[in-house]
Design a protein around this ligand. Sequence first.
Ligand code: PLP
Length: 337
Amino acid sequence: MIDLRSDTVTQPTAAMRKAMAAAVVGDDVYGDDPTVNHLEQMAAEMFGFEEALFTTSGTQANLLALMSHCNRGDEYICGQQAHNYKYEAGGAAVLGSIQPQPIANLADGTLPLNDVTAAIKPDDFHFARTKLISLENTIGGKVLPQQYLAEAQQLAFSKGLKIHLDGARVANAAVAQNIGISEIMQFFDSATVCLSKGLCAPVGSLLLGDEHFIHRARRWRKMLGGGMRQAGILAAAGELALTQQVARLADDHANARILAEGLSELTELNVDLSLVQTNMVFAELDSQINPLMLASQLGECGVRISAGKSLRLVTHNDISTADIHTTIAAFKQCLAH
Ligand SMILES: *Cc1c(COP(=O)(O)O)cnc(C)c1O
């Protein structure tokens, strides 16, 4: 199956399975797992932070960040489309008693900084206390401009707020701009990165920040059931995600471009090529086409997608350029009848 549903479907690489089998492990809740400790130290150094924390998922890493920056009755400003607002089951509100203040994202994924400024609440007991701005990069496959990040950081600083990066796919953003991940993260007080998406690790994310922040996050992680024991088995794969899988993302971006250009030639699909910046292609289906039927027909041709009026197709390590050509041909065939 050519599975374009997400880059989370990637299999661990052969090198990862080997490293996992050979990993030296200990009880990480005691701080005794050398492989976890090594991954956290390496990531902190690579990304320019004091410390890092290995987490079970990106959702957990974001929740830890929100709970470590904000107290009960505080709020964070984020996008309407932000993963940590829309796709994390309301965890910040449910578990952190933290109020989100969403702002409409522009088409390029940014939050207009005037709108952010207008949403910051004065110190008045009628209001929640605004504590944090949270951005996401990439967002919907789009890269936030470096200049925008610098301006957002400046705004946060001038208003006495912290600024967090949901960098689940920050490695894609870095590769797309031909810069280091740390050049993106330099604008943030904290950041997350998913090891288990395009970077192919089976499980895990990292949270980055200063020593006091990570100290608070570690306590929340334990409370939320994220204290793992011989987690070096997972961290061993996570290390290779950072050292062996980042540069390779350029192939996924090139494949997404080929896919987008191929699909844009089909009259039944509307593809905005300007939004194809990393490993995601979005295609709007003509209203006569039944998305469930299309998904089922593609399935018979060996192409797996999530059915919807707007299709999101994601390239990754287990999709070759030949698979992309097969996919374009399958779309042509399925849309022809
Ligand atoms: C996938 C994703 C997450 C959450 O990661 P999980 O590991 O699936 O919990 C957070 N933020 C963004 C932007 C994501 O794409």
